[in-house]
Ligand binder design. Structure first.
Ligand code: GLN
Length: 492
């Protein structure tokens, strides 16, 4: 069977349960594809064939015994930010290149309990800071649609593996857009859940009040299957919320697009850097939703100019605090031959962290320092509240809010944007994390260079089910999500 990598999660589940193919066959199929294609895409940091085949055999045994869960035996790739017991967890950093995690993240535990098979760990920007995956210690991952372009970031490896058919779905994390933007750049569906919906336990921390894990896959339905596995309260994460979890798969058609009020923030469509072809594809997708019965309503989101500066104070501030644990003493990289303790700290951190991470530690430390704390950090927190209130006001009028996921399509590898240019590319995703809201990216066509464009739908708190359902119905009426990246076509 050569076409196993083309099957949806539902089809994989049915095929496995009906004995059309075994998990071992399926897993071997993916491992062979990785061996054949990944030298070009460079999406995996660590492949775990032994672990995968052991898990596959266990799933096959459970299926035979008739006590397997629905997803047992289906392969999955984890962003290399999720701690995996006995397997290197690098966060894309030299600092953690030698770190073998002694425990599993809750998301990883839940995936194991569901019988999913771990293919390996995939590339990302160092400590999830970036929008291209180029800041990884392991080098850049390529965009499967065109290998000269980036897959986006920071979950670029997660997007690339799915787009190149090197894993049926993948986990990602989103602190300021890192699920939605790479999903947009690689033509995938990716969901950033409400803050607190998915446990952060065992996820290497970047900015704790913004970080959230979610699924990246080809379709809303595939994302829903993974959400059913990873969502839920966790006593090990005090910010995870003890609230009933929806059955995202069963609710796939629960929200009607007919009569759905979609807010169009006019300020978003006047952003200077918004590319014409991105704007055109997004507007076409909104027209399509309107044809399906949605009502488009103009809304005001007035704080757009504050998004980038607010996020780029709060995220580095939290990062500077979180990353202080990498001191060369406890775990991770340690410099050679330190002359004294100060030298050990200094050189371990200077040599272990990359440029972007250092930049953020400096910004964050500055913003939190005694003389500037009120002027920068406290002020940013106040603006953050205003941004949240702006959204809540809009949700009094509409059910969801539509926006591009990014102002452009993928950048060329090595384009070498300045930090500010790069940060401005996050304008459409950051506010969602600042407010703690859920949002989804759906592919809505290609630009003039045949690179994917994404539509973002932002929902009110706990509306993951609704967002998945809306995108599912859009995908029943369109075929953008079935278009395949060039390298996937060449290796069909
Ligand atoms: N691009 C944003 C940043 O560099 C978002 C990253 C993320 O969501 N992890 O911070």
């Amino acid at each position: 069977m050569t076409n196993l990598h083309r099957l949806s999660i539902r089809e994989l589940s049915e095929g496995l349960q009906q004995g059309k193919f075994s998990s071992r066959e399926l897993t071997q199929h993916y491992l062979k594809r990785i061996e054949k294609i990944d030298a070009q895409v460079k999406s995996y940091v660590t492949v775990t064939p032994e672990l995968a085949l052991n898990q596959a055999d266990a799933a096959d045994a459970a299926i035979k015994a008739g006590n397997a869960t629905a997803l047992a035996g289906i392969p999955l790739a984890h962003k290399d930010i999720f701690c995996t017991q006995g397997v290197r967890t690098s966060a894309g950093s030299k600092m953690l290149d030698n770190f073998i995690s002694p425990y599993d993240a809750t998301v990883v535990v839940k995936a194991k309990e569901a019988g999913l098979v771990t293919l390996g760990k995939v590339n990302m920007d160092e400590f999830a800071m970036g929008s291209t995956s180029e800041s990884s210690y392991y080098g850049a991952t390529k965009n499967p649609w065109n290998l000269d372009y980036v897959p986006g970031g920071s979950s670029g490896g997660s997007a690339a593996v799915v787009a190149a058919d090197l894993a049926p779905f993948a986990t990602g994390t989103d602190t300021g857009g890192s699920i939605r933007q790479p999903a947009s750049f690689c033509g995938l569906t990716g969901l950033k859940p409400t803050y607190g919906r998915v446990s952060r336990f065992g996820i290497i921390a970047f900015a704790s009040s913004l970080d959230q894990a979610g699924p990246m896959a080809r379709s809303a339905e595939d994302c829903a299957y993974l959400m059913n596995v990873i969502a839920g309260h966790d006593a090990k994460d005090s910010t995870s919320v003890d609230k009933e979890v929806d059955d995202y798969v069963a609710n796939m058609n629960a929200t009607s697009v007919k009569g759905l009020r979609i807010g169009i923030p006019k300020q978003y469509f006047n952003v200077a850097g918004l590319a014409a072809d991105v704007k055109a594809r997004v507007e076409e997708s909104l027209k399509k939703l309107e044809d399906m019965g949605a009502i488009l309503v103009e809304v005001d989101l007035n704080m757009v100019e504050a998004y980038v500066p607010t996020y780029y104070l709060i995220a580095p501030a939290e990062a500077s605090s979180n990353l202080s644990r990498y001191d060369g003493v406890r775990y991770g990289y340690r410099c050679e031959n330190p002359v004294d303790l100060m030298d050990l700290y200094k050189r371990s951190r200077s040599e272990g962290f990359g440029e972007e991470v250092k930049r953020r530690i400096l910004i964050g430390t500055y913003a939190l320092s005694a003389g500037y704390y009120d002027a920068y950090y406290v002020k940013a927190q106040k603006v953050r509240r205003l941004i949240q209130q702006d959204f809540l006001k809009a949700f009094e009028q509409v059910d969801v809010i539509a926006a591009p996921s990014a102002p452009t399509t993928a950048y060329k590898i090595g384009a070498n944007l300045s930090p500010t240019e790069m940060y401005l590319g996050d304008v459409y995703t950051l506010a969602v994390n600042l407010a703690g809201l859920p949002a989804i990216n759906a592919p809505v066509g290609l630009d003039d260079h045949n690179l994917p464009v994404g539509l973002q739908l932002i929902g009110n708190y706990w509306s993951e089910s609704q967002l998945l359902s809306i995108v599912h119905q859009y995908q029943q009426n369109t075929d953008f999500h079935t278009q395949r990246a060039a390298i996937a076509e060449e290796n069909a």
